[in-house]
Design a protein around this ligand. Structure first.
Ligand code: FEO
Length: 383
């Protein structure tokens, strides 16, 4: 697949993977992107997952047409992109590998060699001329590992953005970009908002016509849309107005309280997204908690603590730097309700979290008193 004059796609679609990075369900598969720049010198940009080495090399052969590549540019050492480096290096013994110093350290860890006799150690702003095309290397630590760099090809204005601007889903899956890009971003990079912001600042100084990420589609139009979303996400701002309600229920009474709140909010014209944490993938709940400006957490009291699904959600949010949000709490307990106290405590170290004045306490099942608390909580969330 030709992307521009001289830049080709040689990546693969993975429809066999069930859990990306061992934890994220990917019902529409995953794409591991790789590119080739054909010029006086030929550069291959990254490899693919271990299971697809043969297919990738075949794609590569189709573009190389008998020529040998001069360079392998390694933007990221996570195995979904780096698994075939050793095979590439053996197959093309004259090819030079360009990567950051940290990436070469990881190559030694993964493959037992850091290619000291055939490498270019990329520095911030260093360049590599291929003929008509020139690559500038830009470091992007923690987007998504410390060794990451992106590269900018100035002739055709192409940014090879590594994991940034990627999404879940194979390239032949027809689905909305934003939802699966948001779930991917907050799952994988969410903790590193400051580092993503640093990369956006560097990108702002570049004239980008095409963005070639390591996952998801090649972005060729309306790049401001994607850059704006990344700015919102990485600065922990709410993307959408509305309330996200996540509940963890055992016999349904806590769920009923959460649903009742949702109805009250909808009746007031509020956008509401609600999920049962036992039946929703954690990554989906995390994505929605970051998407909306207001969050309501409803949990039973369990073992003098909270239900495990709620503990997992709050843990996943706080470890990703959840901040700048208003949170309402609903607890249930038949003899000693304490879920609200536990949930509040879990956000103790989080920045700029405000709790609603109203906390709803359900004792076993909704009654007039707890219904009134739900009304008060709905009024506060709207107000
Ligand atoms: Fe797609 Fe962080 O690897």
């Amino acid at each position: 697949m030709k992307i521009t004059d001289g830049i080709y796609y040689v990546g693969v679609n993975d429809h066999k993977v069930d859990l990306f990075e061992g934890q994220y369900p990917v019902p529409n598969g995953m794409a591991y992107n790789s590119y080739v720049i054909m010029d006086e010198k030929i550069a291959v940009m990254d490899t693919v997952d271990a299971h697809f080495g043969g297919e990738w090399l075949k794609n590569l052969d189709g573009v190389l047409n008998g020529k040998a590549p001069d360079y392998l540019i390694v933007h990221h050492m996570e195995p979904d992109h780096s698994a075939n480096i050793a095979e590439f290096a053996a197959r093309y013994p004259n090819a030079v590998i360009a990567a950051t110093a940290k990436a070469f350290t990881m190559m030694n860890q993964f493959f037992g060699t850091d290619y000291a006799d055939r490498r270019i150690v990329a520095e911030e702003g260093s360049t590599l001329s291929l003929g008509k095309h020139t690559l500038t290397f830009v470091t992007a630590p923690m987007v998504h590992w410390p060794e990451v760099m992106v590269s900018y090809e100035s002739t055709e204005k192409v940014l090879f953005s590594a994991d940034a601007f990627g999404k879940f889903g194979a390239l032949d899956a027809k689905e909305d970009w934003t939802d699966e890009a948001r779930r991917y971003y907050f799952g994988i990079v969410g903790k590193y908002g400051a580092q993503a912001q640093a990369l956006l600042k560097k990108a702002a100084g570049l004239d980008i016509a095409v963005c070639c990420p390591l996952h998801g589609p090649i972005l060729t139009e309306n790049l401001g849309f994607y850059l704006n979303l990344y700015d919102t996400w990485s600065s922990y701002k709410a993307e959408s107005d509305g309330v996200f309600i996540a509940y963890a229920s055992i016999y349904g009474h806590t769920g009923a309280a959460a649903e009742a709140l949702a109805e009250k909010l909808r009746a007031k014209g509020e956008t509401v997204m609600i999920c049962d944490l036992a039946r929703t993938d954690l990554s989906k709940a995390v994505e929605n908690a970051f998407r909306y400006g207001k969050l309501v957490l409803a949990s039973v009291t369990y073992n003098a603590d909270i239900f495990p699904f709620m503990r997992h959600l709050i843990g996943a949010l706080t470890e990703r730097g959840y901040q700048n949000r208003k949170i309402g709490l609903i607890e249930n307990g038949s003899w000693a309700p304490m879920a609200a106290k536990v949930m509040r405590g879990m956000f103790e170290k989080s920045k700029n979290i405000t709790f609603t004045e109203t906390t709803v306490t359900v004792k076993s099942a909704l009654n007039k008193e707890s219904e009134a608390q739900l009304d008060a909580l709905a009024a506060e969330l709207i107000g």
